[in-house]
Design a protein around this ligand. Structure first.
Ligand code: 5GP
Ligand code: ZN
Length: 114
């Protein structure tokens, strides 16, 4: 997708603070962190929203969770805990339409979210 911010990050056209990558996913620090650890896990493949994930993407979405798990452990938050969030469309506040998992950790997170 020519006009997608996260596709530009995946292609290297826009540089970012990369913390982990595999053949299919990238993890980089959020530009506006909401917790001591706030990174975004994205697939290299463009998928606009959670609504657009298909059965063929099931492995890829699993790889996103595994990447988040790796980073949470590497940053020392596996035992204290962390939150994984994927916002979908307006009511959830999705602003970038290339799916991403937020990985948040390092403070006590409230529930329910706002
Ligand atoms: P959403 O609201 O779509 O779930 O989350 C989008 C996230 O992307 C936000 O947390 C926002 O701070 C982050 N973000 C937006 N633009 C950029 C950028 O250019 N670089 C990085 N690293 N994060 C971004
Ligand atoms: Zn994209």
């Amino acid at each position: 997708m020519d006009d997608c911010l996260f596709c530009k990050i995946a292609s290297g056209e826009i540089t970012t603070d990369l913390v982990y990558e595999t053949e299919s996913v990238l993890v980089f620090r959020d530009i506006n962190p909401q917790a001591p650890l706030h990174v975004l896990v994205i697939p290299r493949k463009h998928i606009s929203t959670a609504n657009d994930v298909t059965a063929a993407d099931a492995g890829l979405v699993g790889e996103m969770v595994l990447a988040a798990q790796q980073v949470a452990a590497a940053e020392g938050y596996a035992e204290s805990g962390y939150r994984l969030v994927m916002n979908c469309n307006a009511d959830a506040g999705q602003t970038v339409f290339h799916i991403h998992l937020h990985l948040l950790a390092g403070r006590s997170l409230t529930w329910p979210p706002g």
